[in-house]
Design a protein. Sequence first.
Length: 73
Amino acid sequence: MTHDDVLFGYRLRLFTLAAELGVRPACRQMGVHHSTYYRLKQKVDRWGIEALRIRERRRPRMPNQLGPTWRGV
C-alpha cells in the first residue's frame, strides 16, 4: 500500500466517522481541524469521493530555467 492509499483511507474513515458521530466529534477523534473536513467535503460534493485522492502535480517550470539540452559550454 502506498502513502497515497493510506491517506485516502484516512480521509475516507473521517467521512464515515462524521456520518456516524457528527462532524466535530469525528474531527476531534481523528485529529483533524473541522475546517479541513469542510474543505474536503466541498471537493467531495463537487467531484465525488475520488476527490479525496492525492493529485499528482508537475514540477513548476521557472521562467529563467535552462532547457534540458543546454550544456554549460
